[in-house]
Design a protein around this ligand. Structure first.
Ligand SMILES: CC(C)(COP(=O)(O)OP(=O)(O)OC[C@H]1O[C@@H](n2cnc3c(N)ncnc32)[C@H](O)[C@@H]1OP(=O)(O)O)[C@@H](O)C(=O)NCCC(=O)NCCS
Length: 197
């Protein structure tokens, strides 16, 4: 990681994502994390109508065309090595949630997680399992060093997901994200390579 001039080089060399297919990752209970398909456009549109997803994820998808464009963009962003977005689904089944790395910085070795589940998939601990699985992928397979998880202080379910997935609480970011009802403080949690989850 330290180059000849004494300055740290890229934590992950460019091309590691773009040069490979996005993997399918198994979850407990027979679910899996798989890339989004264009067939999932209606699910994405439905998710954007859910009040909790609109509120906490600020997901704005206004039409089927918009949903299709977003799914295309997920694949473009994998190739650009800036996002890695999975659908939570049973094999061959429709998406019931999303789990993603955003703000991927291969050079710095960091990324930030995003997740949501449709209402019918909530209450069974799936988000923590998905977070745990994509974290293993990000640290062990991709080679990132530090993973962030941020959530509004008014979203205790997300705080619990962080704790269950091995993300240590590091502090509170003041007035960090603008929601429909104003600015919210956010908890910053992180998992670093070598942490025991
Ligand atoms: C947050 C979310 C992904 C969690 O989904 P999930 O995997 O089904 O999570 P669960 O319902 O199993 O709950 C996780 C934990 O939070 C706890 N929890 C849920 N609602 C809670 C609440 N209002 N207050 C306190 N704890 C709560 C649960 O009891 C559970 O803890 P436990 O496992 O110790 O019993 C899901 O609720 C969701 O999609 N919400 C809407 C969008 C959202 O909040 N996205 C995250 C943005 S940061």
């Amino acid at each position: 990681m330290i180059s000849d001039n004494g300055i740290p080089g890229d934590v992950v060399p460019p091309g590691r994502m773009a040069g490979s297919e996005q993997p399918v990752l198994a979850l407990p209970g027979g679910l899996q994390l798989r890339p989004w398909h264009l067939d999932d456009a209606d699910t994405l549109l439905t998710a954007a109508q859910d009040p909790a997803i609109r509120r906490w994820n600020r997901l704005a998808v206004d039409s089927r065309e918009d949903a299709l464009a977003r799914i295309e963009r997920m694949h473009a962003r994998w190739r650009a090595e800036t996002f890695a977005v999975w659908a939570v689904a049973a094999p061959g089944g429709p998406a019931v949630g999303l789990c993603a790395w955003g703000d991927i910085d291969l050079r710095a070795g960091s990324a930030e997680i995003v997740y949501w589940l449709l209402p019918e998939a909530r209450g069974g601990g799936i988000a923590a399992e998905a977070t745990r699985r994509v974290s293993e992928w990000a640290l062990d397979d991709l080679g990132l060093h530090r993973l962030r998880l941020c959530h509004s202080v008014a979203n205790p379910a997300s705080c619990r997901v962080a704790e269950k997935a091995g993300y240590t609480y590091e502090g509170t970011l003041r007035s960090a994200l603008l929601h429909a009802d104003g600015w919210h403080d956010q908890h910053l949690h992180a998992r670093v390579a070598g942490d025991t989850a």
